[in-house]
Design a protein around this ligand. Structure first.
Ligand code: SAH
Length: 342
C-alpha cells in the first residue's frame, strides 16, 4: 500500500518521527488521493501508542448562559431565540451520579461562559463529584489563573479549551471582544497548574486556509496538549454564520488523523460533530486515530436546549459497545489519563 511517492514518504515520516513541517502538513491536506494511507497510518499509531481501549467521558452540559458572542455558536449571548437554563447543584450531581453508577470514570462539566457559576460554587460541585472515584474535566471557557488554580485544588483533573483557530485574523473575526493571545495564555496557565489540558480547533470556518489548519496542528504540538478535539463547523440557523457552507467532515477527519500522527500518545475524541455530519462518522473517526467518545449524559430537557449547532447526534450505549467490539475495540475501564510515552 505504501508504494514510494512523495506523499507516502511524508506519511511514513510522520508515522516514524511524529514530526512534520507546515508545508508537509499542507501538502497532505491539499489532496484526497492519499486519504486511505493517512487514515491507516493514524489507526496504526493509535493502536501502538494508546491501544484498543476506547474511553468514555460523560458530558454534562450544565448551563447554556454565555457572555461570549462567538459567531459560529448557537448559545452565543446575542442569540435571543435560545431558552437559557442553569442546572442546579442537585440536578448536576444527580446526572453525574447516574452516569457514575452506569460506569463512567470521567465526568465532563461543560457550559457557556457563565459567571453565575463562581469558582467557589463550581468548586463545591467538583468536590462532591470527586467523592466518587472518577476524574473531573471542566470545559467552562476562559477564567483567571486564580480561578483555574482554585478549581484544580478542588479536585478538577482536566480542562478542555479549544483554541478554535490559531489564525490571528480569523480568530478576531470569529470572537468579538476576545483575543487569541489570552486564549493561548489560558492554555499555558492550565498546563502550568498541572491540568491534563485539552484543546482543538474547528474545521471549515469561513475563509479558513489549509495553512492555518496546519498551524493549528503545530500549535497542539508546541503546547504538548494532552487531548485534542477536532470538530467540523456546523452552521447554526440563529447565528451570523447561518449561510456559510461548513460541514467539512473529510477535512476534519484528516486534521484529526494528522494530529494522531504528530501527537501519538494523547487522547483524541471522535467528536459528536463528526457523527452529526456523517453516518457512522464516530466509528470512522475511531478507525482513523481517535480513542475517546464523549456521550452526553445530560437529561433530555437540558440537552435539547444546549444547542451549539443543530441536530447534535447522541450515543446509544449498547449499540456503541457492540460496534466497538465488532471492530476489535473495548471500552476502557480505568480513568483514561494520558500515558505519556513520547
Ligand atoms: N464555553 C466553553 C465550551 C464551548 S462549547 C469554551 O469556551 O470552551 C464546546 C465547543 O463547541 C467549542 O469549543 C466549539 O469548538 C464547538 N462549537 C461551537 N459552535 C459550533 C458549531 N456551530 N459547529 C461545530 N462546533 C461548534
Amino acid at each position: 500500500m505504501f508504494y514510494n511517492s512523495p506523499m507516502n514518504n511524508i506519511i511514513q515520516k510522520a508515522m516514524q518521527y511524529h514530526s512534520l513541517s507546515k508545508s508537509e502538513i499542507v501538502s497532505i491536506l491539499s489532496t484526497n488521493d492519499y486519504d486511505n494511507e493517512l487514515f491507516t497510518a493514524a489507526d496504526s499509531v493509535r493502536k501502538e501508542f494508546v491501544g484498543d481501549a476506547v474511553y468514555l467521558r460523560g458530558l454534562v452540559e450544565f448551563t447554556n448562559f454565555c457572555r461570549c458572542n462567538c459567531l459560529y455558536c448557537g448559545i452565543r449571548a446575542e442569540n435571543n431565540d435560545t431558552l437559557r437554563y442553569r442546572m442546579s447543584e442537585s440536578e448536576i450531581l444527580s446526572v453525574a451520579k447516574q452516569a457514575i453508577a452506569f460506569g463512567y470514570k470521567t465526568i465532563v462539566l461543560q457550559g457557556g461562559e457563565d459567571c453565575f457559576f463562581s469558582a467557589k460554587y463550581l468548586g463545591e460541585i467538583i468536590k462532591k463529584i470527586k467523592q466518587y472515584d472518577v476524574a473531573v474535566t471542566l470545559s467552562i471557557g476562559e477564567r483567571s489563573f486564580e480561578d483555574y488554580d482554585y478549581l484544580k485544588n478542588c479536585g478538577a483533573d482536566r480542562f478542555l479549551l479549544r483554541i478554535e483557530t490559531t489564525d490571528e485574523d480569523l480568530y478576531k473575526k470569529m470572537h468579538p471582544n476576545m483575543s487569541l493571545e489570552n486564549r493561548k495564555q489560558c492554555l499555558y496557565n492550565l498546563k502550568k497548574l498541572g491540568y491534563e489540558t485539552g484543546t482543538g480547533c474547528l474545521v471549515g470556518l469561513p475563509n479558513q486556509t489549509l495553512e492555518s489548519l496546519a498551524s493549528d496542528i503545530l500549535f497542539f504540538k508546541e503546547l504538548d496538549a494532552d487531548m485534542i478535539g477536532i470538530g467540523p463547523f456546523i452552521p447554526h440557523p440563529n447565528t451570523p454564520l447561518k449561510n456559510v457552507e461548513g460541514n467539512n467532515f473529510l477535512l476534519s477527519l484528516k486534521v484529526m488523523a494528522l494530529t494522531r500522527l504528530l501527537l501519538p500518545d494523547i487522547n483524541i475524541p471522535a467528536t459528536t460533530a463528526m457523527e452529526t455530519l456523517y453516518p457512522k462518522g464516530r466509528m470512522i473517526a475511531l478507525q482513523s486515530g481517535a480513542n475517546v467518545v464523549m456521550p452526553n449524559v445530560t437529561d433530555s430537557i437540558h440537552k435539547k436546549m444546549y444547542e451549539i449547532y443543530p441536530n447534535k447526534a447522541s450515543v446509544d450505549y449498547s449499540e456503541l459497545k457492540q460496534t466497538l467490539n465488532s471492530i476489535g475495540r473495548t471500552i476502557g475501564i480505568d480513568k483514561g489519563f494520558r500515558k505519556k510515552k513520547y
